[in-house]
Design a protein around this ligand. Structure first.
Ligand code: UDP
Ligand code: MG
Length: 313
C-alpha cells in the first residue's frame, strides 16, 4: 500500500460555511502536503443559503485539486457525506467537518497510522467533547448509552472525523439505505480499525449547523436502523401489565365477595391514564419504524446534484 503512489481524497460537507472555505483549504494544504503523493479536496455544498458556493468557485480558480458538488437543497450532513464519498477517487478518503472543529493537525498522524499499521479505518475519537451545553451532553450520553445497549455497537466518543480506505468506502456505498447514520454504518462494516484521540476544537462562529429537530431525527434514524428493540417494548409492557392486572383483578374480586367495596374512582382513573399514554407511546414507536420503512420503500435518491465543479473534467 505504502510503496505505490497514494492519493488522498478529503471529503467535507458544508452548510453555510462561507467564512470557513478558504481557511479550511489552507489548513488542509499545510498538513497534507508531503504526506501523500497527491490529494484532492471534495467540498459538498449542502444547499447553503449563504455565499458558500461563491467562495468555493473563487477558491477553485487557484486550487487545481479542488472538486465541488452543489446539492439542490439542504439534504443533511449524512447525505452530503454520501455525495462526497461517491465522488472520491483516492486510495484513502478522509472525512471531516468544515468548521475546523476536527483539527487538521491530526491528519499527518492519521495518514502515518494508515500507512504503517495497514489498517482500513483510522478513527479520531473525542477525548474531550469541547464546549457543549449541559443538556446536549446529557442527551448525547443517553443516546449513546441506549445505542450501545441495544445495537451492540459502542459509539461513545466516536466522531465523523475518519480516514477510511477504498475498500471500506466501496463497502459503505453498497449499503442501500436512505436513512443514513455514517458513524454507525462504519462501525457495522467492521474491518481493521485504529483509534486516535483528539480534542474537539471550539467552533469559530460558535453556532452549530444542526438544529435540535435535525439532531433528534438523526438520533431516531440511528436507533431505528440499528435496533428493533423499541418494537419489542409493547410486548414487555404488555406482560408487565397483564401480571399486574391478574393481581389487581384477584384483589378486586376478593374485596367484592368479602363484602368490602372497592375504593373510589382514583384507581380507575390512574389506570386509564397510564394505560392510555402507554398505548399511544407504543403506537408512536411503531409509527416511527413504519415511517422509516416507508421512506426506504419509496427508494428516492439520497441527494440531488445541482451543479459540479471539476477542474479535471
Ligand atoms: N452540515 C451539513 N449539512 C447540514 C448541517 C451541517 O453539511 O444540514 C455540515 C456543517 O457545515 C459542518 C458539519 O456538517 O461542516 C458539522 O456540522 P456542525 O459543525 O454544525 O455540527 P456539530 O459540530 O455541532 O456537531
Ligand atoms: Mg461543528
Amino acid at each position: 500500500m505504502s510503496n505505490s503512489s497514494t492519493t488522498l481524497s478529503v471529503v467535507v460537507p458544508l452548510y453555510c460555511e462561507e467564512e470557513q472555505v478558504r481557511k479550511l483549504y489552507l489548513s488542509l494544504e499545510t498538513y497534507i502536503q508531503g504526506q501523500v503523493d497527491s490529494w484532492e479536496l471534495i467540498l459538498v455544498d449542502d444547499g447553503s443559503t449563504d455565499n458558500t458556493w461563491g467562495e468555493i468557485q473563487t477558491l477553485s480558480h487557484t486550487s487545481s485539486n479542488l472538486r465541488a458538488i452543489r446539492l439542490s437543497r439542504n439534504f443533511g450532513k449524512e447525505s452530503a457525506l454520501c455525495a462526497g464519498l461517491e465522488a472520491a477517487r483516492g486510495d484513502a478518503i478522509l472525512v471531516l467537518d468544515g468548521d475546523l472543529q476536527h483539527p487538521p493537525s491530526l491528519i499527518p498522524d492519521m495518514i502515518r497510522i494508515w500507512k504503517e499499521k495497514g489498517v482500513n479505518i483510522v478513527e479520531a475519537v473525542k477525548e474531550d467533547r469541547g464546549k457543549e451545553s449541559f443538556v446536549n451532553k446529557c442527551c448525547s450520553s443517553l443516546f449513546y448509552g441506549l445505542f450501545s445497549r441495544f445495537s451492540g455497537f459502542d459509539l461513545r466518543g466516536a466522531s465523523d472525523f475518519k480516514l477510511i480506505d477504498r475498500q471500506v468506502r466501496d463497502a459503505w456505498l453498497k449499503m442501500g439505505e436512505r436513512n443514513l447514520f455514517f458513524r454507525g454504518m462504519i462501525a457495522w462494516l467492521g474491518f481493521r480499525r485504529e483509534p486516535i484521540p483528539f480534542a474537539v476544537e471550539e467552533r469559530a462562529d460558535g453556532k452549530s449547523r444542526w438544529s435540535t429537530r435535525k439532531l433528534i431525527r438523526l438520533a431516531l434514524t440511528g436507533f431505528t436502523s440499528f435496533s428493533g428493540a423499541f418494537l419489542r417494548l409493547p410486548s414487555v409492557l404488555g406482560v408487565f401489565f397483564f401480571i399486574s392486572a391478574v393481581i389487581l383483578g384477584i384483589d378486586a374480586l376478593y374485596m367484592k365477595f368479602s363484602g368490602k367495596a372497592v375504593s373510589g374512582f382514583t384507581t380507575v382513573i390512574l389506570l386509564l391514564l397510564i394505560i392510555g399514554s402507554l398505548l399511544l407511546i407504543c403506537l408512536g414507536i411503531i409509527g416511527e419504524y413504519l415511517a422509516r420503512i416507508y421512506e426506504e420503500v419509496k427508494g428516492r435518491p439520497r441527494y440531488i446534484i445541482r451543479e459540479k465543479l471539476d477542474n479535471d473534467e
